[in-house]
Design a protein around this ligand. Structure first.
Ligand code: MN
Ligand code: MN
Length: 313
């Protein structure tokens, strides 16, 4: 259940109307890395997490709800930045709100002109936020990444927070309004906080690599294919030990010869790893059992109830 509190989470303010920046800020309202995407992503992921991870359900719902609070802050800021536009539209009789705000005819005209660069503000929304990005592209459910495997979902969230953070960073360069900058700084910082929460939560799921259940084939898990000629580079991505599985990278200088010599890689033997095809199959079976038991143990066969109601003394 949601319970709305009318005050914003952060005291969002603007120094003056600015329809140009309102349009840019729409990116964080209805854009692909915006607050609605974040809120919906964590909200949707939470359903699948509840059993058997009630602790992650709690975290995902708390962060989803905070993202809705950010959406509210962004929407309120857009509305404030469009103050004159909104009044001008509603004011059919002629008292000139924008004239009063901006004092002067030229300024008024350029203000309206800027608002018109996104006609939606004037024509479709009546001078408020829209569920689109800054180019007017409608928000889409395809922005939401929820795979139902927590180790995968949490990694998606770390990436989502990184993108949201950098969009705020870019936006901060495009406004001079100290109040708006303050709000954007808060919203950006919260994404940095969320990044670390998801990172910490991922660490509590063991094992969490490779993502999901199947362990990956040791014949192909540590080979680096040099797929080009010329200036080739070496680094920890193709020499030394791989960070996830701790296998020694095999640098295949001539992938074509290897493909031909091994009957299209079918006859390749695992090299630079302790894992074998047998140990892989054993590990697959063991982890499948663990993961399915976790879910089955907390799923009643028939009747089901989502909530338990704790009564207060
Ligand atoms: Mn946010
Ligand atoms: Mn966030």
């Amino acid at each position: 259940m949601f319970y709305h509190v009318k005050e914003l989470q952060f005291n969002a303010r603007v120094s003056k109307p600015d329809p140009r920046f309102a349009k840019l800020l729409l990116e964080q309202f209805g854009g692909g890395n915006g607050e609605l995407k974040a809120a919906m992503q964590y909200f949707v992921q939470a359903f699948g997490a509840k059993d058997p991870y009630p602790d992650k359900y709690d975290m995902l719902m708390d962060i989803a709800t905070e993202e809705f609070s950010h959406l509210e802050i962004v929407g309120a800021t857009i509305q404030m930045l469009l103050t004159g536009v909104n009044g001008e539209l509603k004011d059919a009789a002629g008292t000139d709100e924008i004239m009063q705000l901006l004092d002067g005819k030229t300024k008024k005209e350029s203000f309206i002109h800027e608002a018109m660069t996104n006609p939606h503000f004037l024509v479709t929304s009546g001078g408020g936020p829209l569920v689109t990005d800054s180019n007017g592209i409608p928000w889409s459910g395809t922005y939401v990444n929820a795979m139902g495997d927590l180790s995968v979902d949490l990694r998606s969230n770390i990436a989502a927070e990184s993108r949201a953070k950098v969009v705020y960073e870019y936006l901060m360069k495009l406004t001079d309004d100290p109040y708006v900058k303050q709000t954007l700084g808060f919203l950006m910082t919260r994404e940095v906080a969320h990044f670390q929460m998801f990172q910490a939560a991922l660490k509590t799921i063991e094992p969490n690599f490779p993502p999901a259940v199947l362990q990956s084939d040791p014949r192909y898990s540590n080979t680096y294919y040099n797929m080009s000629s010329g200036n080739d580079f070496r680094g920890p991505w193709n020499e030394g030990v791989s960070p996830g599985l701790g296998e020694t990278w095999q640098y295949i200088e001539d992938p074509l010869s290897q493909v031909i010599d091994t009957n299209g890689l079918l006859d390749l033997e695992p090299t630079g790893t302790k894992r074998t095809l047998e140990s892989m199959q054993e590990a697959d079976k063991k982890l499948s059992d663990i993961r399915s038991t976790e879910v089955k143990e907390v799923s009643p066969p028939k009747e089901n109830q989502w909530s338990t109601y704790l009564t207060e003394e």
